[in-house]
Design a protein around this ligand. Structure first.
Ligand code: PEP
Ligand code: MG
Length: 311
């Protein structure tokens, strides 16, 4: 089944401030795609697939055990496709699965999930994908099918990487799944201090972009559990340590030609927008309700930068 011609999607883009920094939108539920596209965002900076997967009622492992991997792949393709179609030809950055074990536990097959003291530091994101390539390959097969259908606006993003070895292994698995990393836009999230410090080596593996997941980057840099209200007052995405990691990463990425983005909640904070635009970030991806304000804030900061440069 091939996608409809490109003209169909074009008129959907409404009038919005023109900015050099792209402003994108985060999507977590495929049903929100139309509303997300109507913001005039320059694309989807983060499409989370956890909701899609958790709403199936069964763990991915259970799907495979039941020999229903085709159904699993089909669900992924359908969910992602709806968003890719809505935004075409604007890019849609899809993140591979990143659900912690405690979220899988409620599902059929969830009783087999490992019990962890600290699921946020545990078996999730790329760690799990690389540990279970036979499971991960079904996600990659969904991407392959989408490319084959003509959704060349789909981009692949891997969560919770720590170093170049993680990135290298993810790239190898893409190739094994029949995806050509040279032809596709792909990248990783910067969510651990380790990944921020290793970005030059990760770039050598050939990725196109990195995206700051400031929810996790803040949690891991400050050792503040993002879900623990006792330390919620210490959860500060604008902490100098977090900003230093982000600023240094943007600088390195600029030198090596890797695009930079943010898709954590902090993207909607005006101070973060100011910091990022000043540092020269390539794109900012915010929640649907925040896109408008971010577009205007980016415009304001860019205009001020131009004025400053001619003074
Ligand atoms: C983040 O960590 O900032 C992020 C966008 O990912 P998630 O919130 O899904 O962990
Ligand atoms: Mg995260």
């Amino acid at each position: 089944e091939q996608r409809e011609p490109i003209e169909e999607a074009r008129p959907k883009t409404p009038v919005k401030p023109m900015t050099a920094t792209e402003v994108k939108v985060n999507v977590s539920i495929p049903e929100a795609a139309e509303r997300a596209a109507a913001t005039g965002a320059d694309g989807v900076g983060l499409l989370r697939i956890e909701h899609m997967v958790l709403s199936l009622g069964k763990t991915p492992t259970k799907f495979i055990e039941d020999n229903s991997e085709r159904a699993y792949i089909e669900e992924l393709v359908d969910g992602i496709r709806g968003v890719a179609e809505e935004f075409y030809p604007r890019p849609v950055r899809v993140r591979s699965l990143d659900a912690p074990t405690d979220e899988f536990r409620q599902l059929e097959g969830g009783e087999d999930e490992p019990r962890e003291h600290n699921p946020m530091l545990g078996y999730r994101g790329i760690r799990r994908s690389l540990d279970k390539p036979d499971l991960f390959k079904h996600e990659l097969e969904a991407f392959r099918q989408l490319f084959e259908m003509g959704y060349d606006n789909v981009e692949i993003m891997f969560p919770l990487v720590n170093d170049a070895e993680d990135v290298h292994q993810a790239k190898e698995l893409m190739i094994e799944a029949g995806i050509d990393p040279e032809k596709r836009e792909w990248g990783v999230m910067i969510e651990t201090p380790a990944s921020a410090l290793a970005v030059d080596e990760m770039a050598e593996v050939g990725l196109d972009f990195v995206s700051f997941g400031t929810n996790d980057l803040t949690q891991y840099t400050l050792a503040v559990d993002r879900n623990n209200e006792n330390v919620a007052g210490r959860f500060d995405e604008l902490h100098p340590a977090v900003l230093k990691l982000i600023g240094d990463t943007i600088e390195t990425c600029r030198e090596v030609g890797v695009k930079t983005s943010i898709c954590g909640q902090a993207a909607s904070k005006p101070q973060m927008v100011q910091f990022l635009v000043n540092e020269g970030v390539s794109s900012i991806s915010a929640n649907i309700d925040a896109v408008r304000d971010v577009q205007h804030e980016v415009k304001r900061v860019e205009q001020r930068l131009i004025l400053d440069s001619v003074r």
